[in-house]
Structure formats: structure tokens, C-alpha cells
Design a protein around this ligand. Structure first.
Ligand SMILES: [Cu+2]
Length: 175
């Protein structure tokens, strides 16, 4: 199971949009806190989850077309890659996913990531809003949602988002 730091997204995006360059640190180990993460929530302790949502990934689709949760709730996503390709489950805004796609293209260019395998070096990819799974792997991601908004869940392995591997995630107001 591999995770991805939001800081990398912030840095990648900042390259094109200086106004968002709030993050700090170098490219590999940065711990910046870009404003584009505002309100989407944060990683949480699986022991505190209110709910479990199972998501299976195939080539190239998610088993769910949409996900609905409530603001403030903590959800564990139980993930399984049933495909022959590497897949990812990532939570974010459009900007976060776009920056992440750029990051993954670099990983492919470097050889850290191939269509069917994520190398161990990919662990540097961090922690937080994203889990990458090799074919046959399972993993999980626990997230506490914050503000009511619509974000999306997506696979940002190059070409997969474009092939339709994403869906809306609606965070409803708490009752
Ligand atoms: Cu994928």
C-alpha cells in the first residue's frame, strides 16, 4: 500500500500557479500545507471510523459510480485492486487530482511506476489522501471529512482518470 503527500500536489501546482505556493520543503520530503486542501478533511485513525465503504478497482473503473458521506464523519475506505494494472484511490479536488497526475507522470518517466507495478521507491510518495495498489493488493484509507462540498475520488495513474476512472464524492451537511 502506498500513500501520497498533499505537499507534492501543492508544489506541483505551485509551479504553474505561484499564488498557491504556500507549501514548504523540497520536492521529495516537503510538508507544505497548500491552501487547495482547505476543507476537504484529513487522514484519520481507522479506530475512529464511523463507517466502512468498500471500493474495488478494475481496469479501468471503480466499483462505485459515486460516494456520499456526511461532513464531520470519519470513513474507512477498504480498497482492493482486482485489475491487472496499478491503481490508486485518491480523494481530492480537481486541482489536487490534476497536480497528482502530473506527479505520477514524473514517476513513470523515472521508472518508479510502470503500468503494472509500483516500485518500493513509490513509498516516498507520502501519506494522506491517496493509496496506490499493485495488482491483487488490498489497502485502506481512513479520512475525516470536514466541510460540505463536492470533491471526487479518482485514480491518477497516467491515462486512468481520462479513461473515466473517477467519480463524484458528495460531502453533505451534518444533520
Ligand atoms: Cu487506475
Amino acid at each position: 500500500m502506498r500513500t501520497t503527500p498533499i505537499a507534492l500536489f501543492a508544489l506541483a501546482l505551485a509551479a504553474g500557479q505561484p499564488a498557491l505556493a504556500a507549501g514548504g520543503g523540497d520536492h521529495t520530503h516537503g510538508h507544505g500545507h497548500g491552501g487547495m486542501r482547505d476543507g476537504i478533511g484529513h487522514p484519520a485513525d481507522p479506530a475512529k471510523a464511523d463507517r466502512v465503504i468498500e471500493v474495488t478497482m478494475t481496469d479501468n473503473a471503480f466499483s462505485r459510480e459515486e460516494i456520499r458521506v456526511k461532513a464531520g464523519r470519519t470513513v474507512t475506505f477498504k480498497l482492493r485492486n482486482a485489475g491487472d494494472f496499478v491503481h490508486e484511490f485518491s480523494l481530492g479536488t480537481k486541482a489536487i487530482h490534476e497536480a497528482h497526475q502530473e506527479e505520477m507522470q514524473h514517476m513513470m518517466a523515472e521508472g518508479t511506476l510502470t503500468p503494472r507495478h509500483m516500485a518500493e521507491g513509490g513509498h516516498h510518495h507520502g501519506s494522506g489522501n491517496s493509496v496506490m495498489l499493485n495488482p491483487g493488493e488490498t489497502g485502506q484509507l481512513t479520512w475525516q471529512f470536514e466541510s460540505p462540498m463536492t470533491i471526487s475520488f479518482a485514480c491518477n495513474v497516467p491515462g486512468h482518470f481520462q479513461a473515466g476512472m473517477h467519480g463524484p464524492l458528495t460531502v453533505r451537511p451534518p444533520e
